[in-house]
Design a protein around this ligand. Sequence first.
Ligand SMILES: Nc1ncnc2c1ncn2[C@@H]1O[C@H](COP(=O)(O)OP(=O)(O)O)[C@@H](O)[C@H]1O
Ligand SMILES: O=C(O)C[C@@H](O)[C@H](O)C(=O)COP(=O)(O)O
Length: 336
Amino acid sequence: MGILNFKQDRPLDLIGLGRLCIDLNANEIHRPMEETLTFTKYVGGSPANITVAAARLGLSAGFIGKVSDDAFGRYIVQYLLQAGIDTGCVAVDREGAVTGLAFTEIKSPTDCSILMYRDNVADLKLSPADLDEGYMSKAKALLISGTALAKSPSREAVFMALEYASKHDVVTFFDIDYRPYTWTSALEAGIYAKLAAEKCDCIIGGREEFDLLELAMGHPLKQDDDWTAGHWLKHKAQLIVVKRGGDGSKAYDRSGNIFRGSTFPAEVVKTFGAGDAFAGAFIYGIMQGWEIEKAQTFGAASASIVVSSHSCSDAMPTADQIQEKIDRWTSNQLIG
Ligand SMILES: Nc1ncnc2c1ncn2[C@@H]1O[C@H](COP(=O)(O)OP(=O)(O)O)[C@@H](O)[C@H]1O
Ligand SMILES: O=C(O)C[C@@H](O)[C@H](O)C(=O)COP(=O)(O)O
């Protein structure tokens, strides 16, 4: 058995919950938005990307979310179905909400930004009434994204989902996923993220994201991964992962172990997508019962593939592609 106790008799491995959006990624890379003419459309939204990653790796996945009642909403559902993701709990908004759009500007391999259009978005209209307790009870794990906490009724839907998960022993992964434009203030984001983090088994976030939670504790910022992990491991969490961009990741367990994950070389096209690829492959590894370091390696190799690609969701690799990347790097190291 691995670090988290998954109920092995459940038909669904992982349910993602939250944002189902569209990424419109600039085709003319290395240019500012003002000079970008064309974009390619992909399914996006961090929890959607992570769930696609998990499905591509072979997990049986489902999604709980809400889409707009238009062609974008239909495109998202169709894409999820083609990726093998169950959409039985993806509701359709009937009140005129729209799909969130993320226009990405790819100025250079290190300078990328996202222009988000998120007024009246369908994903934040997900309500507790859209949830199905029976569906949750069929899953081994639930992934929630912090952005779904940004507004009611989606916020309440997240807490209801966490209640159902707890009642049915569904392991909970929390990706803090802080997107400033979705919130009125960093403190508001921190307060809700902290409440959710207290109810989750594994918390994944960047250093600045964990800082938000500490802001909500009224502490002066420590920016100290060891302190952060020590604090959260006293709550429900049994596994804390701090993502550190090009510096890799650090994972902490309750036995006092610290696991340092390195990175793989990449021909970076754009910076975004790394976190989602990492999370998808890391969760996959943990669900296989692997050692934490092996799951970190798998996550890092997946991230290096995705940052070298034009999209996030569509570029999520298979297990063979990730293994090939790891093997190639290992044999180059041995030769070098
Ligand atoms: N430029 C890069 N080249 C290769 N791997 C990367 C790069 N940036 C990030 N990664 C990998 O992706 C993981 C997550 O990236 P990070 O930037 O911390 O997440 P996020 O995209 O959520 O901010 C890192 O731990 C690392 O393994
Ligand atoms: O999450 C979104 O709404 C946009 C994503 O689809 C986007 O491509 C992205 O920002 C990926 O996030 P990351 O993996 O944390 O870099």
